[in-house]
Every structure is written in C-alpha cells, then in structure tokens.
Design a protein around this ligand. Structure first.
Ligand SMILES: C[S@@+](CC[C@H](N)C(=O)[O-])C[C@H]1O[C@@H](n2cnc3c(N)ncnc32)[C@H](O)[C@@H]1O
Length: 349
C-alpha cells in the first residue's frame, strides 16, 4: 500500500508516517521508483501504534512494544498487546478515581483547617505508583515468558527445590478421575495454562480453558487446536452462567490472595449448573498451624530461601476457605495428594 492510501485509510498525515519511519518504528520497503510500499506487517504495526497513541503511550515506549517480532499468531499477539494497554489504562484511571474520591470525602468531613497539600501528595503518590505498574504490566506475573518451557519444567521439576510440581501428572489424573466420577460432560478450567488437564480427560468432554496469559493459551491451541480457549481471569464476571458440570483449576488458585479467592469462588459458582462442583488442585496448607510448622521446619533446615518462595504466593488455608465456601452454601471436601498439593472439592448445593 502506498503512502497516500495509508494516509487515507487511517486518517493520518504523511508527516506522521515520516516521523514513525525516522524513529525506526515503521519502516516500509521502497519500490524501484523509491516510493514507499507498506506491507501487511507495517499496516498491523500502524493499527497498533494508532491505538497505543490514543491511549497516551509515548512513541519511545510504543517503539519498544512493537519491536518484539512474532513469527506466528501475529494478529493475536497484536490484539492482545492492545487489550493489555487498554486494561492497564482502565486500572490506572480506576486508581486515580478512588484516590480522588477518598480525598474529596476526607476533605468534606474534615473539621478545622484543611491542608490541601496532603491530598495533592496522595494523588502524586498514586500517579507514581501507576508509573511503576506501567513499567512491568506487559507480563505482570511472568507467565507469558514461562509458556515456552512450562511443560518441560513441570514434568522435569526444573529449578523446583520445593518440589511444587511433584507427581504433576498424578495430580492432573486425580482431577480427571473426579471429573469422571461426577459424570461431567462440560468442564471449564480456569488458569488452564497449556491445557495439560485436557490431555488427561476423556476427549468427548466439552472443555473450555481460560487463562490470563496469551502465550500459555497459544501453546494450548498448538497442542489441542479443537478446544475452546478464552483469555480471561478468575476475577472476571463469568462470560456464561449455569452451563458447566464442573469448574476445575490446577496449580493456579495460589496466585490469588484471600480476598481475591473469596471473590473468585463466588464467580466460579456462577459457571456451574445446579449441583455442579468446583475441583481445585493446588498448593495449600490445612490451616495456620500447619503453615507455621512448615515454616519452622524450613528455617531449622537453614532454607529460609524456600520459605520466602512460599510466602511470595498465596497458598490456600483450607480451614479458612472451607468456612467461606460453607457460608456460600457449598459442601466442602478435601484430600491431601502429595507434598503441598491438595484437592479441594466444593459441591454447589
Ligand atoms: C502454574 S500455571 C498452571 C497451569 C495449568 N493449570 C497446569 O496445571 O499446568 C498457573 C496458570 O495460572 C494462570 N493464572 C494466574 N493468575 C491467573 C488469574 N488471575 N486468572 C487466570 N489465570 C491465571 C497463569 O497464567 C498460568 O497459566
């Protein structure tokens, strides 16, 4: 596509295109007559650039974002990048909104002389927090980077001194047996990663995998092209309600803190048909006592480093989550599988 057509299609000026070229962001090939010819890749980049600019991302950051080269699934990666930017912008605005609301309400209710600098400092802090979040939002939890080596690392326990993935296959097989026991025909797996659970279940089961990492999902798609996959989060409003016999989640629930876990359980129940069940296989402690016992054990062994790894995540406290799930009307069962891994069963009554 030549410069004139590009400018018309995207309502931008030749001068803008020249700037993107000078900055090495979009550099089209030249024809024999030296005219620019924008190929499919250039157009895809330009589409992304326009949205990112609209979102207020500076050109120097856009350049970094668009520099990553993808041989496959370019469109999905491009759309995912834009989605992440928009999502991040919403979060930033939400943070600012909450800070402003709090400040207005505090100011309204303060008696005596109001020192407004306090409120402005709060906003400044909020803006600088946002800046920090912005610097690492692309792959907040590192799952995109892990996707490539994930299957190997869980199967071979690479770099896993705590043996968190000990008997990984056995754990997934145990979940599969439960799915079978409950005669489930429709299953949704949240935090599905590369869809290893699907590899363990009867392939006639209608399976949907949900994950927040696009790279994990693309791995899953490459392995099992026919399953339903969705980009999503435990904390998203369910995209469909009362549809599934079973909700599963393996090795993912510990990424949520307790408040998020509570919110997630409520949302996960909405996916279920009446009488359906939630099966969570994950890293857990039976309760606070067990947690402290484990901490002491590792500290006495001189392995504070391993305790730090545990504390960096949110292993479920079974007793606490059981209480909460019972309040939601669930019947709760749990079983120890291996090491830190337990299976929690919540029956929706
Ligand atoms: C350790 S992997 C487990 C993957 C898979 N379930 C398995 O058993 O191999 C954790 C997965 O949870 C996903 N995850 C983490 N937090 C999430 C969230 N809040 N919503 C959805 N997925 C999440 C990650 O992207 C990652 O794919």
């Amino acid at each position: 596509m030549n410069t004139k057509k590009v400018c018309m299609q995207f309502s931008i000026s030749p001068k803008s295109l020249r700037i993107y070229e000078d900055l090495d962001i979009i550099v089209p090939n030249r024809e024999e007559n030296n005219y620019r010819n924008y190929n499919e890749d250039d157009i895809l980049k330009l589409r992304q650039l326009i949205l990112l600019k609209e979102m207020g991302i500076p050109l120097k950051n856009i350049k970094q974002l668009l520099a990553k080269k993808f041989d496959e699934d370019k469109i999905i990666h491009g759309l995912d990048l834009q989605l992440k930017v928009v999502d991040n912008k919403i979060n930033e605005l939400e943070n600012i909104k909450i800070t402003l609301e709090q400040s207005v309400n505090e100011a309204l209710n303060s008696d005596g002389v109001t020192d407004y600098s306090d409120y402005f400092n709060k906003i400044d802090r909020c803006l600088s927090d946002n800046k920090e979040i912005r610097s690492n939002w692309m792959d907040k939890w590192g799952f995109d980077s892990w996707a490539k080596s994930y299957d190997d690392s869980v199967k071979k326990n690479v770099g896993d001194d705590l043996n968190l993935f000990e008997n990984y296959d056995f754990v997934l097989e145990s979940v599969s047996k439960l799915i079978c026991k409950y005669k489930a025909r429709k299953v949704i797996d949240i935090g599905c990663g590369t869809a290893n659970l699907y590899g363990k279940i009867d392939n006639n089961i209608d399976f949907t995998g949900v994950d927040q990492s696009i790279e994990m999902l693309l791995k899953a798609k490459a392995k099992y092209p026919n399953i339903n996959l969705r980009l999503g989060n435990f904390l998203d409003e369910p995209f469909i309600k009362n549809e599934f016999d079973v909700v599963t989640s393996t090795f993912a629930f510990h990424h949520l803190n307790f408040v998020e876990k509570q919110k997630a359980l409520k949302l996960l129940l909405c996916y279920l048909k009446p009488g359906g069940i939630i099966i969570i296989a994950d890293l857990m402690f039976l309760g606070h006592k067990e947690r402290i016992k484990q901490k002491q054990y590792l500290l006495e062994k001189g392995r504070k480093d391993l305790w730090v790894i545990i504390e960096d995540e949110y292993y479920t406290d079974i007793e606490k989550i059981k209480d909460y799930a019972e309040q939601l009307g669930c019947k709760v069962k749990y079983e120890h599988i291996v090491n830190f891994t337990w299976i929690l069963l919540l029956e929706n009554r």
